[in-house]
Ligand binder design. Structure first.
Ligand SMILES: [Zn+2]
Length: 91
């Protein structure tokens, strides 16, 4: 598999996959979890600064809780090439 090229041919139809940049789709949704007590921050779109602040505040209240897991959701979309039979369909 050619991992450097995100375009693949299936049944003679060309599709490509890339980040979903349509209006309203967040670049990322971020949430952070304390690895000691598993408390979670609120999730926010497009900015992980609130999670950093949340982790610092959480450690301030619980000085021995210092490990965190930041989860980032990103959205991807598969699109047909212009000559793909599905190119005219909205999906
Ligand atoms: Zn904690």
């Amino acid at each position: 598999m050619d991992t450097a090229n995100p375009r693949r041919r299936f049944a003679y139809a060309v599709w490509s996959v890339s980040a979903d940049t349509r209006p309203g789709v967040p670049v990322g949704i971020f949430q952070i979890e304390c690895m000691t007590c598993h408390a979670e921050s609120p999730a926010t779109d497009n900015d992980a600064t609130p999670q950093q602040d949340w982790a610092l505040t959480h450690t301030g209240r619980h000085p021995d809780h210092r490990g965190f897991k930041l989860t980032t959701e990103t959205y991807w979309r598969v699109t047909p090439a212009a000559d793909n039979p599905y190119a005219w369909r909205e999906g």
